[in-house]
Design a protein around this ligand. Structure first.
Ligand code: FAD
Length: 549
């Protein structure tokens, strides 16, 4: 099979145009082309009104070797790589101990699925509820201002990505094509087939819920066990005379002990109590940079127009997204920071994403159709561990959590102490005056937005940086700094505030048998990368179980 890359065709090309482009590219006669499939379809929207589709194609031809030889100098004509997944191990028949996976988000789900597919019958524990019950609790905050600390947007079956836009692209290096395995499993579980070939696939919330249930059933059918409302509150660690530490199992909130020398820790970035427990138990972890900011909402039509011009609304393009970065020149002490857009949700809604009482956190989600009125994205500022000291100067690696908690509590106060989010119009924010009335843009955040002055919501350097960035973004997307666009706060959970360091064998640097994984451990950022990390860690666990027999 030959892979052709960078095949460009107009957005509205005729049905036979791909085949014609292949023949032209490879100089094929009438019978030379046996078949082809689209491996990837993206677009180049840089020229307004002349958007091009860019294809990567896998092509079956007669006389493949000769054609490849003829195009040896053309980097866009290569042998197609083998992207199929091969299991690295198989469980021994007399498996003595089952591995444990803590957390059933994308990382734990794929770690569990792979271990189950290899025959290791994992026990998977999640502190939250099964996804249907969890949905009721999550909507409880959005509709009735009732937060369930153990069952919400962050905690429960499917993890943090369940109520999301379900974006599945990632920029991780993936030499073993694990991302393809993830997408293939998602399609088996009910995701639309197109996620296998569009350049920026997304699934949307409703489908994610049923997919997660389907994957749970697959794991169970393979002998895995999934237990909900089972929070891990402690670790059982043996310390040898030479100081070597070996994990022997976990202790649940109920007091029950589960023994295993292989435990995947995939708890996500919001498991703050678990991070404290790990620190208390002496597991090595470090403070890690992350970002804080606000969500911004614009009419989706403004973004579509700016990105696609007269071709806005084309069904292949869907609702437009954006990715923006601004490097600040600001005069404020500590500035020179970068402000960037994060987790952009075209045609979506801003959601309440808190997991702790009396705190407010924003995030974004959408349905597959992405047809809500507003576009939203986080506009965030990078912060470093040195910034955490203003909130916790103890030198603890967990100081970033103090910063997050302080900002989330302040947002709760500014929002009126009832889980409404504090908000401000972009025009007023830039001028430094409080907002009192919404304009053209109605915010989507539920249970509500309380208009105020957002300046006290973040440290001064972050406010100054965002004030500088918004007009700069307007130069890239006309209308971005429109007066009526709405900011809501706060975004504090862009990534984990800690890294739980692991070695090349994927085990904790100082606690053998503990496999820190996914976003919470600082090894992923997003659904796809967390799932890929779950696969990598499952492979490491399987290899180690087989090697230690
Ligand atoms: P998580 O998904 O956070 O899962 C961790 C799991 O561990 C949870 O289910 C939790 O209940 C459980 N847990 C925690 N502590 C314990 C304990 N002590 N004992 C037992 N269980 C425990 N990413 C994208 O790529 N695309 C998007 O469109 C997108 N949109 C998002 C929208 C929202 C609203 C949110 C909140 C996040 C979004 N993300 C998105 C980010 C994405 O969800 C995360 O990057 C991803 O879920 C991380 O996966 P994970 O498995 O590492 O952790």
């Amino acid at each position: 099979m030959i892979r052709l890359t960078d095949i460009k065709l107009p957005l509205d090309h005729a049905e036979g145009a791909i085949e014609a482009a292949i023949r032209a590219k490879l100089g094929l006669g009438k019978d030379g082309l046996r078949g082809f499939s689209v491996f990837r379809r993206g677009y180049d929207a840089r020229k307004r009104g002349a958007i091009q589709l860019i294809y990567t194609l896998d092509v079956e031809v007669a006389g493949e070797a000769a054609i490849l030889a003829r195009h040896a100098d053309d980097k866009h004509v290569q042998t197609s790589p083998d992207t199929s997944y091969r299991f690295v191990a198989q469980a021994p028949e007399d498996l003595k101990q089952r591995p444990i996976v803590i957390g059933f988000g994308p990382c734990g789900l794929f770690a569990g699925l792979l271990l189950a597919q290899m025959g290791y019958r994992p026990i998977i524990l999640d502190r939250g509820k099964a996804v249907r019950e969890r949905t009721v609790d999550t909507w409880g905050l959005w509709r009735q201002r009732k937060l369930e600390p153990e069952s919400n947007v962050q905690f429960g079956e499917g993890g943090a990505g369940t109520f999301s836009d379900g974006k599945l692209h990632s920029q991780i290096s993936d030499p073993h094509h694990h991302g393809r395995k993830v997408l293939t499993e998602f399609v088996k579980a009910g995701a639309p087939e197109e996620i296998l070939y569009v350049s920026k696939p997304h699934i949307g919330t409703f489908r994610l819920v049923t997919m997660v249930e389907s994957m749970r059933e697959t794991i169970q059918a393979l002998g895995g066990e999934i237990r909900f409302t089972q929070r891990v509150d402690d670790l059982l660690v043996d310390t040898a005379a030479d100081g070597t530490r070996q994990l022997r199992g976990v202790v649940l909130a109920s007091g029950e002990q589960l023994l295993s020398d292989h435990v995947v820790l995939a708890v996500g970035h919001s498991a703050r109590d678990t991070f404290f427990m790990l620190h208390d138990r002496g597991v090595y972890l470090e403070a890690k940079p992350f970002s804080v900011g606000f969500r911004v909402e614009h009419p989706q039509s403004i973004i579509d127009q700016a990105r696609f011009g007269p071709q806005a609304g084309h069904p292949i393009l869907g609702a437009a997204d954006y990715k923006l970065v601004h490097h600040c020149t600001g005069t404020h002490k500590g500035n020179g920071r970068s402000v960037y857009s994060f987790c952009m949700c075209p045609g979506g809604t801003v959601v309440a994403a808190a997991s702790e009482p009396e705190r407010v956190v924003t995030n974004g989600m959408s349905q597959y159709s992405r047809n809500e009125r507003n576009a939203n994205a986080a506009i965030v500022v990078g912060i470093e561990p040195k910034d955490f000291a203003a909130f916790d100067d103890s030198g603890s690696p967990l100081a970033g959590i103090a910063l997050q908690r302080a900002l989330e509590s302040r947002a709760y106060e500014l929002g009126g102490r009832n889980y409404s989010a504090p908000g401000q119009l972009v025009g007023d924010f830039i001028k430094g005056q409080p907002s009192t009335e919404f304009g053209h843009v109605q915010p989507s955040y539920k249970p509500g937005v309380h208009l105020t002055d957002l300046a006290p919501a973040l440290p001064d350097y972050a406010i100054e940086a965002i004030r500088e960035a918004l007009p700069a973004f307007d130069r890239q997307i006309k209308g971005f700094a429109m007066h009526d666009a709405v900011l809501t706060g706060v975004e504090t959970r862009t990534s984990s505030p800690v890294r739980i360091r692991r070695g090349e064998d994927y085990q904790s640097l100082n606690t053998r048998g503990l496999y820190p994984a996914g976003e919470g451990a600082g090894y992923a950022g997003g659904i796809l990368s967390a799932a890929v990390d779950g696969i990598r860690v499952a492979e490491a666990v399987a290899r180690d179980i087989n090697a230690s027999r």
